[in-house]
Unconditional design. Structure first.
Length: 474
């Protein structure tokens, strides 16, 4: 706790947080005092709020994002109006897909999303290995890094000092001295409490190039748009992705919120090169590895989104398509549940059509307010026929989908507004009966030990309804 406090006070997050708090207090005080002090200001306030409300309502963005802004304008006219104008988003144009792509099977549609929306080519993997817990992935990753010959690129939302990183660090240092290109990319906000401000200089002394992505700055419209990806890349031939960050709780070294359930996949062959393209785009000073991976037999597609409004959100389209394509069953894991109307419709329509739709959420929350939102949406889906259970052993951080035994998606996408619309994310789609069997077996094992979601009391219903107003902004 003291280390986190030290990192917070010494890093970029503290002055940014202080400025935000002072700005909100100043605007709130202004909103209360000025109308009382100067009667004409009340008229200006109403006109300004009306203009902000008109801009908000007419903006080309999803209705879910408009509602909380209008509520803020009504509740705090000056502050809400300014925040609403600052938070205006624009919905990017939807890429046009051919009739063959839209009418084809799920593999053709996902391949089209990958190509048209992500700029990545659908491909076939040599092999895919599934890890039902973080410890298994940790041990396999260390072995692969030991064998790296050309490059080791790590792009993670959270990197934290601890047993995981301290086991990884000497291997990375040794590989850097051997001439391997070793890079660590981490989100500035995600690591604000886990890494010291001098981290990049410390790594540079070891021959490792480290860089914070999306640096914390205030004021900035990009402050809320984080890089939530988790990618480990070795030589352009091996790639890891999933929910696991480079921190101890993900591998069971630190116990937080009970047992931390997380998953990941290791993929070899052409998809690894697609993940390399994503990392190279962030690096800017490094080219793609010159490798010719063997074409495998497992149909795959890498789905990714950038933390910006300029591109269509491929993850959201892929998730809705995967759910809609299920003919028999679809099982989903998510730590946070705040879906938009399109995703709610996909889940409820699948359930109403008689498909076996099951959703697993945490039992022990890591953030209590977001957990209230999660359970509120869970109860809504349950009323439509979706089965929902809580992961009894602790906190579920896995983000995976399996349908009909072979449709698989392991990713960094949570089923919430942040992942669907705001953050940089990535994931691997695969059509594999082997991977599908692993995902289904793991899901059902947790499901059988799961806890049904309890009925909400009056306080929970009110809190959930109130917080859902602002779910797109949280």
């Amino acid at each position: 706790m003291m280390r986190k406090l030290r990192y917070f006070l010494g890093g970029r997050l503290f002055p940014c947080t202080l400025l935000i708090v002072l700005s909100v207090l100043a605007f709130s005080a202004l909103a209360v005092w000025l109308p009382r002090a100067l009667a004409p200001v009340a008229l200006v306030e109403r006109i300004f709020s009306l203009i902000a409300a008109l801009f908000t309502v007419c903006a080309k963005e999803q209705p879910e994002f408009k509602l909380p802004k209008v509520v803020l304008i009504v509740f705090l006219p000056w502050t809400g109006a300014i925040l609403a104008l600052c938070w205006l988003r624009k919905s990017p144009p939807v890429p046009t897909l051919s009739e063959a792509e839209t009418q084809g099977g799920i593999s053709q549609r996902i391949a089209a999303f990958s190509k048209r929306m992500c700029g990545l080519q659908p491909c076939r993997a040599e092999s895919i290995e599934y890890f039902p817990v973080g410890r298994d992935m940790f041990e396999r990753l260390l072995t692969d890094i030991e064998g790296a010959e050309k490059l080791i690129w790590l792009e993670y939302y959270i990197v934290a000092h601890g047993a995981f990183f301290h086991a990884l660090s000497p291997v990375l240092e040794r590989k850097a001295k051997e001439g391997v290109d070793v890079r660590i990319l981490y989100d500035d906000f995600g690591c604000a409490l886990t890494l010291p401000k001098r981290f990049e200089k410390e790594q540079a002394k070891l021959g490792i190039k480290a860089r914070a992505l999306r640096p914390i700055r205030f004021p900035s419209r990009a402050l809320n748009r984080r890089n939530h990806r988790k990618i480990a890349l070795i030589d352009g031939k091996i790639a890891y992705t999933g929910g696991i960050n480079l921190a101890d709780e993900y591998i069971g070294e630190t116990i937080r919120f009970g047992h931390w359930k997380d998953t990941a996949v290791r993929v070899t062959g052409a998809p690894a090169l697609q993940f390399a393209a994503l990392v190279a785009e962030e690096l800017k000073d490094s080219k793609l590895p010159q490798v010719q991976p063997e074409e495998g037999e497992v149909p795959c597609a890498v789905i990714a989104d950038r933390a910006e409004d300029s591109t269509f959100r491929a993850g959201r389209a892929a998730l809705c398509s995967l759910i809609g394509a299920a003919e028999d069953y679809v099982y989903l894991n998510t730590p946070y549940l705040a879906p938009d109307e399109a995703l709610i419709s996909a889940l409820t329509n699948a359930a109403l059509a008689g498909k076996d739709v099951r959703l697993m959420i945490p039992h022990v929350p890591d953030k209590k307010l977001t957990f209230l939102i999660t359970k509120s949406y869970a109860r809504e889906l349950m009323r439509a026929g979706v089965q929902v259970r809580e992961y009894t052993a602790g906190f579920l951080h896995a983000k995976s989908i399996v349908a009909d035994g072979k449709i698989c998606f392991v990713s960094t996408y949570n089923l919430d507004f942040r992942s669907l619309y705001l953050q940089a994310e990535c994931g691997l789609y695969a059509e594999s009966e082997t991977l599908g069997a692993d995902l289904k077996r793991d899901f059902l094992s947790a499901w059988e030990a799961g806890t049904p979601v309890k009925r909400a009391n009056a306080a929970e219903r009110f809190a959930g309804a109130f917080l859902r107003l602002f779910a797109p902004l949280i």
